[in-house]
Design a protein around this ligand. Structure first.
Ligand code: ADP
Ligand code: MG
Length: 575
């Protein structure tokens, strides 16, 4: 919680205003009963109308003043609180953008979403409510005690008996509620996780008739959250009536003893009325303070979860003195690279060495799970290698800034991702300042222009959320266009032709060859047809290189390659 206070800094003026206003408001509240006692004892009892009117006017002014302070204070504390929440949400989002893929493997997306939304709201709420209360409540409690004693010292001893009872009840009830508040967050995470899976996997769930199973899973998580919330609310429901009971019973006792004292002439009516109001003020303040004891732990649990995310130092960071690499253009060299995913028993890549040269096409082929995607994801430094190194234009990529490195690369991931927006905007994602001509050309090369002109609105056609209104092959071609428009030094295509038919695949590669010219091209593929005419083919098998060479050489030298070729040729022959 304390750590998060730095996000409150820009609003320190508002915080100061809120503190001053709540101070004034508390003073106004404390003044009123004393003024009232004056009216009753000196005005009404003596029948002095002038006095009543004069003090009454002061009371009215104090009330209005207090009200203005209350309104203004909640206005500024809302401003500060919501601004604080916004700053935290922005900090989480931009921090998460800096994560390497390692960190994403550690914290689930569902949990990140809960932390950015629900947890931040908790912290924000404490700020909005707490800012005024933290000053007002203690001040009213202490001021109330002082003024109550000044009204009647003997009756004040009654207060000393009541307040501990209030504390005891609060202690018991809160002790039960607070742990439940904390477990609530974890349960919400779980619920979000099930919801996330249920929505993103909806097609699979339908296809396999698992709706009932998913519904049941959701119901379980939902019920868990509901039950916890119900238990918490039951406890809180007991709290309020219990407090009111204590307040009212103690009022009766005070009236009783007050009446005796008035009868004996030791006290005046006005004093008793004022005293009762102070007593209420004290008890309400105690209630408010203990209410803070409920929401503060809940918010601090939320704050801890936020800090956990903010505290994850990304594995991958830029060097202090970055080197730039512009000697040669787009030369990629792997030198004895070994890499394992965290927690994996076997390395995903072992002792991989090869060179990919500008103006050449380097293809990577291998079975599913052989490490092809892993290999290419090391080039934009999504992960860092365990040992060995990767050189780009002779410079270790860990010595460059990530921005400089990635600006050299046009990356087409295995799973094509589009964003909400138009077709043209999606292609421009590769290069913001690309002209209409460049966008059109990129679409032509990636064989996308034909289907784009078929879409209503052409390049201005809207892509639905996560690209549901385009087919897998169309998505792939758009994400290829996005990489092409950058005109990078290094092209990486991770299985980017898999959803294309043979004819489109061939046409695309034909057009690509002209476009890529002197750039370095790395193509990951499953089909032999896609890689056959590459300058260099790397055969991967269980993370190791099983052969490097062109098609002809590999047919002679590599058993694994021959197997891949023969399996595919026979399949095509049968078809
Ligand atoms: P390919 O692209 O050749 O099909 P991958 O490079 O995707 O293969 O995967 C290689 C191996 O690494 C597989 O055994 C896979 O289970 C593992 N792997 C891939 N991604 C991850 C990840 N994010 N965390 C842990 N293991 C992974
Ligand atoms: Mg792959």
């Amino acid at each position: 919680m304390i750590k998060l206070l730095r996000f409150l800094k820009p609003f320190r003026l508002y915080v100061a205003i809120v503190i001053i206003l709540s101070f004034l408001q508390a003073i106004a509240n404390l003044l009123l009963p004393t003024l009232m006692a004056d009216i009753v004892d000196s005005g009404i009892v003596k029948g002095d109308t002038q006095y009543i009117l004069r003090v009454g006017a002061i009371m009215l002014a104090v009330t209005v003043g207090g009200m203005i302070c209350a309104i203004a204070s909640s206005f500024f504390s809302s401003r500060a609180g919501t601004g604080f929440g916004k700053a935290i949400r922005r900090a989480i989002f931009s921090h998460v953008q800096d994560f390497s893929l390692h960190e994403f493997d550690k914290v689930s997306t569902a949990s990140l979403i809960t932390r950015t939304t629900n947890d931040t709201t908790q912290v924000q709420m404490v700020m909005v409510m707490g800012l005024g209360m933290m000053i007002g409540a203690p001040l009213m409690a202490i001021g109330g005690v002082v003024l109550a004693v000044s009204q009647d010292g003997a009756l004040a001893w009654l207060l000393a008996g009541v307040v501990p009872i209030v504390f005891a009840v609060l202690y018991v009830l809160m002790g039960k509620a607070v742990p439940l508040f904390k477990s609530m967050q974890a349960k919400l995470d779980k619920l979000n996780h099930v919801l996330d899976e249920g929505l993103t996997g909806v097609r699979v769930i339908r296809a396999f008739n698992r709706m009932d199973h998913e519904n049941q899973r959701f119901d379980e998580a939902n019920l868990d959250v509901t039950n916890t919330a119900l238990t918490v609310n039951r406890i809180m429901a007991v709290l309020w009536p219990a407090m009111m009971l204590i307040f009212n019973l103690s009022s009766i006792v005070m009236f009783w003893f007050g009446a005796i004292r008035i009868n004996n002439g030791q006290m005046q009516i006005g004093n008793l009325l004022a005293f009762l109001q102070y007593a209420m003020m004290i008890m309400f303040s105690v209630l408010m303070v203990s209410f803070m004891f409920v929401i503060v732990p809940r918010a601090s649990a939320a704050a801890a979860r936020i800090n956990e995310v903010l505290g994850i130092a990304p594995d991958i960071h830029d060097p202090v003195q970055p080197k730039s690499a512009d000697a040669i253009k787009g030369h990629v060299a792997f030198e004895d690279v070994t890499f394992s995913y965290p927690g994996a028993e076997e390395p995903a890549l072992s002792n991989v060495s090869f060179h990919a040269k500008p103006g050449e096409v380097t293809a990577i082929i291998g079975g599913t799970g052989s490490g092809k995607s892993t290999l290419v994801s090391l080039i934009p430094r999504f992960y860092d290698v365990d040992s060995g190194k990767i050189l780009i234009d002779g410079v270790d990529l860990r010595e460059m800034t990530q921005e400089a490195l990635r600006s050299k690369i046009g990356f087409v991931p295995q799973k094509a991702v589009l964003f909400a927006g138009t077709v043209a905007e999606n292609i421009r994602y590769g290069k913001e300042e690309a002209s209409d001509e460049e966008v059109k050309r990129a679409a032509e090369i990636s064989q996308a222009s034909e289907f784009i002109s078929g879409m209503a609105g052409g390049f201005d056609a809207e892509i639905a959320q996560v690209g549901t209104n385009v087919s897998g092959g169309q998505k792939q071609r758009l994400s290829i266009a996005r990489a092409l428009v950058r005109k990078p030094e290094i092209y990486v295509f991770d299985d980017s032709f898999s959803a294309l038919d043979f004819k489109t695949d061939a046409k695309l590669r034909e057009a690509l060859k002209k476009e890529t010219g002197d750039a370095t091209v790395l193509i990951v593929a499953q089909r032999v047809g896609t890689v056959m005419d590459a300058d260099r083919i790397i055969v991967l098998d269980e993370g190791r290189i099983a052969g490097i060479g062109n098609h002809r050489e590999l047919m002679k030298s590599s058993e694994v390659y021959r197997e891949i070729v023969s399996s595919q040729l026979s399949l095509e022959e049968i078809a």
